[in-house]
Structures are given as structure tokens and as C-alpha cells.
Design a protein around this ligand. Structure first.
Ligand code: CUO
Length: 644
């Protein structure tokens, strides 16, 4: 029963630093006395994973509670993965739930939350369960120290509070102008969930085009950040250079729940080797090995075989190598450029461990995009991917064309306009329980970007009845100095706003597509308290639980458009219609198949579009004329921002 399951997951995630409450009777009982060793037959691996984890716990080798958990720490990651295995090897939900309750009080709470989120995301037993927004489960990683302090004050004085969270930094810092994007709680939630849907350490069933998705989702994240910069009259992000200072400093104003404040980094910090992690020199060596592979057109696997970086698999292989993931064919030789770089950047405040500072924001997917160096790092890797894509032959007229359709009209219904609004979320899980002091309502509200509803109207004349693939992008038109981009310059900054399949009939068609239907976005997440109330109510009354969108990976719908500006940011609205043969499955036309597959794929299935992610902008465009096809059309549109 979904209601019972949802209720159990809710309760497991409530106040994770506290023991499970005594009145959650069955969970409390499982925490006390479910012994996995006595339930071997309840697990597909006969309890082997649980046995391993128990041994670690019994020999006191696991990370203690109330210590900082970092997924990038090998040992800590192994512990979290053990728990993921225990949960994913559970034969039924009872076992899943009881195991979770049992280990919740025996492993580090950061590891527990991570493992439970990953397991719920991937287990077939929990497909319809909605995970509460992480910013309401572990609010410390999504809000400021100032707010956390106020929240404590409110609880101590028993005064309900609603506190305004502002973005870090001041007007003195130009980067502050785009902090609304890097610090957006929904965007950070999307990013951390992307990494839960596609963990770099993943050792389960094969995930389709995982390396390419790593490239694509992060390519789009950097392109979107650049679009926000253009909206604010700022130049695009430059990449990170190992042998230059890290130009932008960052003061996170964020605190760990236990373990102190996240460290700050001043401007122009010289990039240093990090003891026990890597030297700058090593990073450059890895980079040059990857560049050599791109130049040669093949990589070497661990056995010395050459694997071609061909059109079909090249980007996927490179994504796996650069991240690197368990799918990397040769981690010994190509290393782990991305993951190690995250740690290196996270440690620049204390590279030799002299001050015993905790890890920086770059070491957690929840917090990484707050730091401007995140976008530099990803621009750097994105440029390596671009170097590779530029070795491929440009698309020909035949690759781009589609004889069955001519686009006759292209327009927007409504105005493309954005605004800021307040968004409130709950901080109750940020605050420790104390026996003598009751909880009071404590929330924070933050300004967030949103846009007015609009739709695309696309007039198409078709020669025959056929299913077609429609791709919609917004591409930059002018750089921050007002100079017009060529198509070849603009293409790498294009953001995908939608892709869908539709049935064309012979003759004239008008395709009307709402922005809210976008396959790169998800609607607002359901609040934790709502999930609790609904599940409790459904269990009590024995009624069915109303289903919400269970997908947490996906750009928030309200961030679909970049901010634009008061004068109206000029962008090119670009539409291409190609054959429905691009679809991997023939039943894709209905389009409610997996919501936000654009950046996040479809759970447990192949990526639905056979073409390269980013098509048709992923390859060089030496001649704009190849894009002048009847099935391709673009119009300049303006994105307005209204402050009120
Ligand atoms: Cu998502 Cu670097 O890959 O943070």
C-alpha cells in the first residue's frame, strides 16, 4: 500500500539526527530488534551486504554519527554504498523499511540520508514514493548560517518564526548578480538528484548513455548559467586554469549541522596541491592524456586495447572517463579529473590540512553550485568535451533536413517574462529535538526566479501523416558587449527548453505546446509536511494516496527561462522538426513517459532520443547555410524581466 510506504519513508527522514520516535511503533521496533542476520532469506543476496556492513559497525570502523559525510571520501562512500546494497537487495518493502530503520541508528546520518535517497530512487519497490525535498530534510546544506542561527533562537524562545534568507555576498561582488541561480534551492535539489539518479560509483544495472548524460546535463547547466550572466550584462564564464589563480573567491555563509562553518576562499587564491588528494601537476597530466586521446580519436582501455571515440559512443566514453565513473574503461590511466577537481577546489582554504577545516561547498553536490568556481570547473571540462565534438564532421544538410515537414510559422503565445517571487520552506528538521522544548513553526523564505506561462505555436505543413520529433532551444544572440554571435559561436550556449514527439497530418498543422509541458523540467516539489499529512490521513482513513510526480531530477519549471532584463534580452527561439524515427520507442507520442527525461533520462530505460544529446548544436557549424532548411526555423524573441 503506497500510503503506508510513503508514511514509513517520511518517518525515516524526520529529524534524522534523533532516534526514531517511540510512537512510530513498527519503525522503533525495527530499529531496536530487526536483526538482518536473522532474516537472510529476505534479501536477494542472502543478507551478504548487511553482514558486511554489520561487521564494519561492530568493529567500530564506520563514520560516527554527527560527523561530516562526504561522498567524495572513498571510505565514507563505501559505507553509504553498503547500505544502498542492503536496501536494494531487500526482497520486499517490509525488509527495505526494517533495514532502513535498523541502520538509521547505526550509521552516520549523512550516509543514511544519502543511501535512503539513492535506494528509493532506484528500487522497484519504491517507484511511486515521493522523496521529500532535501532542503526540508537537511536544510543546513541549502540555507545560510544566519537563518540557522535565527531558527535556533526561535525554538529556544518558543517563538514561531519566518525568516528571510538572502543570497550570500554583497553588491560589491559582481558575482552576486547571479547568486539567485547558483544558490537557488530548486536548482541545487535538481543537481544533487541528478547525481543520485546517475551516481559516479554506480554498480547496479547498466544505465544507458550515462557518460553522455553527465556531459549533457552539466553542459546545459553551464549554458544556463551563462544565459543568466548575459541577462545581467555579465560576460560568459571563463574556464578554470590549473596554473592561474582562482579569480573569484567565495564566502559560503553556510554551516554544517555538526562540524563548523563551510570554509571561505579569498579572491585570486593561487591554486595549490592538496595533501593526500592530488598535485596540480597530476591534474595537468590527466588532462593531457585525455586531450591526446581526443587528438588520436581513441582511448586505451586497461588492457591496452584501443577504443575508438566514434560518433556513437565517443562522448559517452569521454563522459565516463572525465567524471570518472565506474564505467570508465581505464581509471588508472585517465584518473578522475572531475571528482578530484571538486575535492581540490573544496580544499583550497586549507590545502595542507593545517587548520583542520571541514570540506568546502565544492565537495557536496547539494552546495557546489553556490561557489562561482563550480561553473569555472564545469566550463573547463565542457571545453574538453567541445574539443572532442569539434573533431566530428559537421552535420550535413541531410543530417539536419526532414523532407516531410516545412515550418511556416513560429511564435510565442504570451510574453516571455520573468519575475522574482518568495518561496517558503520548512526548517523544522534543521533544529535538534530537546526533551523539554517543543517544536515551533520555523520557516524561511527566499526570493526565486519564475516566469509567466506561455506556449509555442508552430505552424507546420506536412506531406504525409507521420510522427515527428520537435526540438526547441533558446540561443544567445548578442554577447555581453552587444556583438552578434555567429551560429557557430552561439550554438554552444543554446539551452534546450523542450523536446517532444507529435503526430503530423498531411497538410497544415498547428503545434501548440505549453512551456509547462517541457521535458527538461519538473513542477514544484511537494513540501515534506504535505507528504506527511497526506500519507498520515490516507493511512488513517484507509483511502488511496494521491500520487505526485515522483521524479526529483529535472530543472525546476520556473527556471525554464533565463532571467532576461528590463529592456528585453534578445535570444533566438530555434525549432527543428525531424523524423519520429529519432525516437527509441514508438510509443513516445503521448509524452507523459518519464517527465523530465531531457536532462535526466527515463528511469530504468534507454534514453528516448537516438540522436546525440544536444543535436543539432553539438557539432561545428562552418557554414550557416546548412541550417537553412524548411524544417528548421528561428526567430528573435525577447525575454523581459519585471521587478515588482
Ligand atoms: Cu554535477 Cu561537478 O558534476 O557537480
Amino acid at each position: 500500500d503506497l500510503a503506508v510506504q510513503q508514511q514509513a519513508v517520511n518517518r525515516l527522514l524526520l529529524k534524522v539526527t534523533e532516534p526514531i520516535r517511540s510512537y512510530f511503533t513498527d519503525l522503533r521496533q525495527a530499529a531496536d530488534s530487526w536483526d538482518p542476520r536473522e532474516h537472510k532469506s529476505s534479501y536477494t543476496d542472502e543478507g551478504a551486504a548487511a553482514e558486511t556492513l554489520l561487521k564494519e559497525i561492530e568493529s567500530h570502523r564506520v563514520l560516527e554519527q554527527k560527523k561530516i559525510f562526504s561522498l567524495f571520501n572513498t571510505r565514507q562512500r563505501e559505507e553509504a554504498i553498503m547500505l544502498v546494497h542492503v536496501l536494494l537487495n531487500s526482497k520486499d518493502f517490509e525488509t527495505f523499511k526494517n533495514s532502513a530503520a535498523y541502520f538509521r541508528e547505526r550509521v552516520n546520518e549523512g550516509e543514511f540520508v544519502y543511501a535512503l535517497y539513492v535506494a528509493v530512487t532506484h528500487s522497484e519497490l519504491t517507484s511511486d514514493i515521493v522523496l521529500p525535498p532535501l532542503y526540508e530534510v537537511t536544510p543546513h546544506l541549502f540555507t545560510n548560517s544566519e537563518i540557522i542561527n535565527k531558527a535556533y533562537g526561535a525554538k529556544m524562545t518558543q517563538t514561531p518564526g519566518k525568516f528571510k534568507m538572502s543570497f550570500t555576498g554583497s553588491q560589491q561582488n559582481p558575482e552576486q548578480r547571479v547568486a539567485y541561480f547558483g544558490e537557488d534551492v530548486g536548482m541545487n535539489s535538481h543537481h544533487v538528484h541528478w547525481h543520485m539518479d546517475f551516481p559516479f560509483w554506480w554498480d547496479g544495472h547498466k544505465i544507458d548513455r550515462k557518460g553522455e548524460l553527465f556531459f549533457w546535463a552539466h553542459h546545459q547547466l553551464t549554458a544556463r548559467f551563462d544565459a543568466e550572466r548575459l541577462s545581467n550584462h555579465m560576460p560568459m564564464v571563463d574556464e578554470l586554469y590549473w596554473d592561474r589563480p582562482i579569480y573569484e573567491g567565495f564566502a559560503p555563509h553556510t554551516t554544517y549541522r555538526y562540524g563548523g562553518e563551510f570554509p571561505s576562499r579569498p579572491d585570486n587564491k593561487i591554486f595549490e596541491d592538496v595533501d593526500g588528494i592530488a598535485r596540480i601537476r597530476d591534474m595537468k597530466i590527466l588532462e593531457s592524456r585525455i586531450h591526446d586521446a581526443i587528438d588520436h580519436g581513441y582511448i586505451e582501455d586497461a588492457q591496452g586495447n584501443h577504443i575508438a571515440l566514434d560518433e556513437e559512443h565517443g562522448i559517452d566514453i569521454l563522459g565516463n572517463i572525465i567524471e570518472s565513473s565506474t564505467y570508465s574503461p581505464n581509471p588508472q590511466y585517465y584518473g578522475s579529473l572531475h571528482n578530484v577537481a571538486h575535492i581540490m577546489l573544496g580544499r583550497q582554504a586549507d590545502p595542507h590540512g593545517k587548520f583542520n577545516l571541514p570540506p568546502g561547498v565544492m565537495e557536496h553536490f547539494e552546495t557546489a553550485t553556490r561557489d562561482p568556481s563550480f561553473f569555472r570547473l564545469h566550463k573547463y571540462m565542457n571545453n574538453i568535451f567541445k574539443d572532442y565534438k569539434n573533431t566530428l564532421a559537421p552535420y550535413t544538410a541531410e543530417d539536419l533536413g526532414y523532407a516531410n515537414a516545412q515550418i511556416t510559422d513560429l511564435s510565442i503565445d504570451g510574453e516571455l517574462s520573468t519575475f522574482f517571487e518568495d518561496y517558503e520552506f520548512n526548517l523544522i528538521n534543521a533544529i535538534d529535538d530537546t526533551e523539554s522544548i517543543d517544536d515551533v513553526d520555523i520557516t524561511t523564505y527566499v526570493s526565486r526566479l519564475n516566469h509567466k506561462d506561455f506556449s509555442y505555436n508552430i505552424g507546420v505543413t506536412a506531406n504525409a501523416d507521420e510522427v515527428a520529433t520537435v526540438r526547441i532551444f533558446l540561443c544567445p544572440k548578442l554577447d555581453s558587449n552587444g556583438i552578434e554571435y555567429t551560429l557557430d559561436e552561439a550554438r554552444w550556449g543554446c539551452i534546450q527548453v523542450d523536446k517532444f514527439w507529435t503526430s503530423l497530418s498531411a497538410g497544415k498543422n498547428t503545434i501548440t505546446r505549453k512551456a509547462s509541458e517541457s521535458s527538461v523540467t519538473i513542477p514544484d516539489r511537494t513540501h515534506f509536511q504535505t507528504l506527511i499529512d497526506e500519507a498520515d490521513e490516507a493511512v488513517k482513513s484507509g483511502s488511496a494516496l494521491e500520487k505526485h510526480n515522483a521524479r526529483a531530477c529535472g530543472l525546476p519549471q520556473r527556471l525554464l527561462l533565463p532571467k532576461g532584463n528590463e529592456e528585453g534580452l534578445e535570444v533566438e527561439l530555434f525549432v527543428s522538426i525531424t523524423s519520429g524515427d529519432d525516437a527509441v520507442h514508438s510509443d513516445l507520442v503521448s509524452n507523459d513517459h518519464g517527465g523530465s527525461y531531457g536532462y535526466c533520462g527515463i528511469k530504468g530505460q534507454e534514453y528516448p532520443d537516438k540522436r546525440a544529446m544536444g543535436y543539432p548544436f553539438d557539432r561545428r557549424v562552418p557554414d550557416d547555410r546548412t541550417f537553412r532548411q524548411p524544417n528548421i526555423k528561428w526567430e528573435t524573441v525577447k525575454i523581459f524581466h519585471h521587478d515588482h
